[in-house]
Design a protein around this ligand. Structure first.
Ligand code: ADP
Length: 258
């Protein structure tokens, strides 16, 4: 359509960054940040130069998930990203104290986000993974429109409620013509460590069915697993702490499909 061209031009690609991929969810607590971090590390393990940006301004979790503390330094007037596990990371959590409530209004948040995108010395990257804020508000829309996204990965649990919200996220990206790279079903099933039986705590297969319905690729399932939770919260994501384990393998397979 006639408006497509100017909008594409208005999107400002970031020099040196091959592709920007958003990891999004319709609601919080579905494991979006855990997925974003492990996917970025999986992309890196697959041989790509990857970095991750925490756009979750109100609840930044990347400092904890990546076990990074301290303040970023400036170089040549730009912000030097923090780094762990060989991966560059930027988060509002490095700029404000943990526990400090963010009381910013929309425009301030938008400019902070765009600054983290454009004024950080990311260097040459094949892919920058953005851990999006949950939901489909103004901030998400701005980022989707202005970050020149190559596409979005939607994370959902198999649960109906989470899926309804995931659908809203898909609609938002469709509206701004950001391709949906696919859907990941997180907390897909639980394998009992004692008896080995698989339990579908939040149901199972909902995300796959949803992906089919909207014509988006189904990227894979990640089980509900104690190891994922413990390592996530300890800042030792499974892709780096258990590189030969089944979860690392699953994330790397998903990363290959992006
Ligand atoms: P979101 O970014 O969607 O709010 P998080 O990634 O912060 O979600 O995850 C919420 C909580 O669930 C965290 O404690 C995290 O460790 C845990 N979690 C995420 N994915 C899994 C999983 N597959 N198995 C077990 N725990 C998980």
């Amino acid at each position: 359509h006639s408006h497509a061209q100017p909008r594409a031009v208005a999107k400002q690609a970031i020099p040196g960054i091959g592709a920007i991929v958003a990891v999004a969810s319709g609601k919080g607590g579905v494991g979006k940040s855990t997925t974003a971090v492990n996917l970025a590390l999986a992309l890196q393990a697959n041989g790509l130069r990857a970095a991750v940006l925490d756009a979750d301004i109100y609840g930044p979790s990347l400092p904890r998930l990546m076990k990074i503390a301290g303040r970023p330094q400036q170089i040549d007037g730009r912000i030097r990203p923090m780094e762990n596990y060989g991966m560059k990371v930027m988060s509002m959590g490095f700029l404000v104290d943990e526990g400090t409530a963010m009381i910013w209004r929309g425009p301030m948040i938008q400019s902070a986000l765009l600054q983290m995108l454009r004024e950080v010395a990311w260097g040459d990257l094949d892919v920058l993974v953005i851990d999006m804020p949950p939901g489909t508000g103004d901030v998400q829309l701005t980022l989707a429109q202005q970050a020149a996204l190559a596409g979005a990965v939607i994370v959902s649990t198999p649960q109906d409620l989470a899926l309804i919200d995931a659908r809203k996220a898909v609609n938002m990206f469709n509206k701004v013509e950001v391709p949906i790279l696919g859907i990941v079903e997180n907390m897909s099933h639980f394998v009992c460590p004692n008896c080995g039986t698989s339990h579908d705590i939040f149901g199972h297969g909902g995300a796959r069915a949803e992906a089919e319905k909207i014509g988006a690729p189904f990227l894979g399932e990640i089980p509900l697993d104690m190891d994922i939770r413990l390592n996530s919260d300890a800042g030792t994501p499974v892709v780096v702490s258990q590189p030969d384990g089944p979860h690392a393998k699953a994330y790397k397979e998903i990363a290959r499909k992006l």
